[in-house]
Ligand binder design. Structure first.
Ligand code: ATP
Length: 202
């Protein structure tokens, strides 16, 4: 069994920047967002189930999922959202588990914005939270996505709060400094995770 660290944090907190550095240190990274796209790719049974449930106009002309349309449909209807999650969450979990099982590094990282909310934390041994003050989170996300502060604030309000995330954190990276400072924190945790994974094998 691969020793798995779950990495989570709010929008623009630095999950990608942090996981990129773990990857540069040789650690296999599995991305839950990628798995979520794979399970509804063209030809996958879940896409056929979505087209049957919502109608064929949920598909684009090329047969791929119209993601924006599906997002809008489930946003306005909680029952539809639950239906979609009941379909996709187990498939996403299986897809992630396969990726983690194939990991060739001493431990692996699962990056997921909804690690705990989706139950994906059941696949992990520890939870690493990237924590950042809200003002910085807002400024970095606005600069990256060129969205309005109002749009980003609305997303932040819909996500778990900093306090909620910190409650389930085993480890925390406070990403309020430079990229170099964040990378030094990643390297310290990398040493710790190598030791933990190593102790597990023995
Ligand atoms: P999302 O949940 O939206 O995918 P994320 O948590 O993966 O976001 P990143 O994309 O890694 O967040 O970071 C958000 C932005 O902040 C990016 O433009 C990234 O380059 C920048 N950033 C991250 N950490 C730092 C840092 N320590 N110093 C300066 N910029 C940073």
């Amino acid at each position: 069994m691969t020793y798995v660290i779950g990495l989570t944090g709010g929008i623009g907190s630095g999950k990608t920047a942090v996981s990129d550095h773990f990857q540069a240190l040789g650690i296999c990274v599995v991305d839950a967002d990628v798995a979520a796209r794979v399970v509804v790719a063209k030809g996958r049974p879940a896409l056929a189930a979505i087209a049957e449930h919502f109608g064929a106009d949920m598909l684009l002309a090329d047969g791929n999922l119209d993601r924006a349309k599906l997002r809008a449909a489930v946003f306005k209807d909680p029952a539809e959202r639950r239906w979609l999650e009941a379909l996709t969450h187990p498939l996403i979990r299986t897809e992630i588990a396969a990726g983690l099982e194939n990991a060739s590094s001493p431990y692996a990282l699962l990056v997921s914005p909804l690690l705990v909310e989706s139950g994906q934390n059941q696949l992990t041994r520890r939870i690493l939270v990237v924590d950042v003050p809200e003002e910085l989170q807002l400024a970095r996300t606005v600069a990256r996505d060129h969205n309005s502060a109002t749009q980003v604030k609305a997303i932040m309000a819909a996500q778990a709060s900093r306090q909620q995330r910190l409650q389930y954190a085993d480890d925390v990276i406070v990403n309020d400094g430079s990229l170099a400072e964040m990378q030094a924190k990643v390297e310290a945790l990398h040493s710790k995770y190598l030791e933990l994974a190593n102790a597990e094998v023995k």
